[in-house]
Design a protein around this ligand. Structure first.
Ligand SMILES: CCCNc1ncnc2c1ncn2[C@@H]1O[C@H](/C=C/CNC(=O)c2cc(-c3ccc(F)cc3)cc(O)c2O)[C@@H](O)[C@H]1O
Ligand SMILES: [Mg+2]
Length: 215
């Protein structure tokens, strides 16, 4: 039977990356996407210039990622977390979750990551009771773009954001998340900043929106 793109991406990780070395896993995926097949990972330009620096400056103890896909950004974030910090990542497609688990394991960051196979709408309300989460220091939004706003409001309602919590949203230009941007840029509860970049592995315009919850 035909392999899927996530499966071919995983094969490239097994072939090219060194087990236990997260940077080599990130490099192997970027090479695969540049040389073989485009895939919707945040990529190295947005990853190194924006995601990595926001994670490092936030120095988060508790991170939520919406939309694991193949685990590329999961590995980038986990490799920058301080000891004992935890990253919860939500992925509702079982095939993608299966690939992501193996990418995360190969990178050697599995003990920092809890991959939950399920929908954000169902699991965000369960974060406190199921995982003992109080609030998230950082949330990386990279799932369906038409769900960014809904899930942000849900996190507010569930009391999962505190003064200083950072929301970092991928693709606010391409494919775009207009209702999210409209809300977050006009809300007195957030201080937002746009980081211009390019769509992963292309020259097309894109960027990330960083928003700090003011409480
Ligand atoms: C119930 C749906 C909302 N809740 C959800 N809960 C858990 N996981 C969810 C999820 N939504 C989506 N997912 C998962 O996240 C992933 C989806 C990511 C969506 N990302 C994009 O569409 C995207 C798309 C592009 C893109 C850009 C230009 C282009 F021409 C084509 C694509 C670039 C990106 O960087 C992207 O992130 C999948 O693995 C999906 O199964
Ligand atoms: Mg994205």
């Amino acid at each position: 039977t035909q392999s899927t793109r996530p499966q071919r991406l995983l094969a490239a990780v097994h072939k090219k990356a060194t087990r236990g070395n997260p940077r080599s896993v990130v490099k192997a995926i970027d090479e695969f996407c540049n040389q073989n097949e485009w895939a919707m990972n945040v990529g190295n330009e947005k990853g190194s210039e924006i995601l990595d620096s926001v994670v490092s400056e936030t120095n988060p103890g508790c991170v939520l990622e919406l939309g694991t896909y193949c685990g590329y950004s999961t590995v980038r974030i986990a490799s920058l977390l301080p000891p004992h910090a935890q990253l919860i990542t939500l992925e509702f497609n079982p095939d993608n979750a299966a690939v992501a688990r193996q990418v995360i394991a190969w990178a050697g960051v599995a003990e920092k990551v809890r991959l939950v196979e399920g929908e954000s709408g169902e699991w965000i309300p369960k974060m406190k009771e199921q995982f003992g989460v109080k609030t998230f220091d950082l949330v990386f939004l990279d799932h369906w773009k038409n769900r960014y706003l809904l899930d942000t409001k849900l996190m507010e309602e569930c009391g999962l954001l505190k003064k200083g919590s950072v929301l970092l949203a991928d693709n606010v230009v391409c494919p775009g998340a207009p209702d999210y941007l409209e809300y977050i840029r006009n809300s007195p509860q957030y201080k937002s900043q746009f980081f211009k970049s390019h769509l992963e592995y292309t020259k097309a315009e894109d960027g990330l929106e960083k928003s700090v919850f003011l409480g």
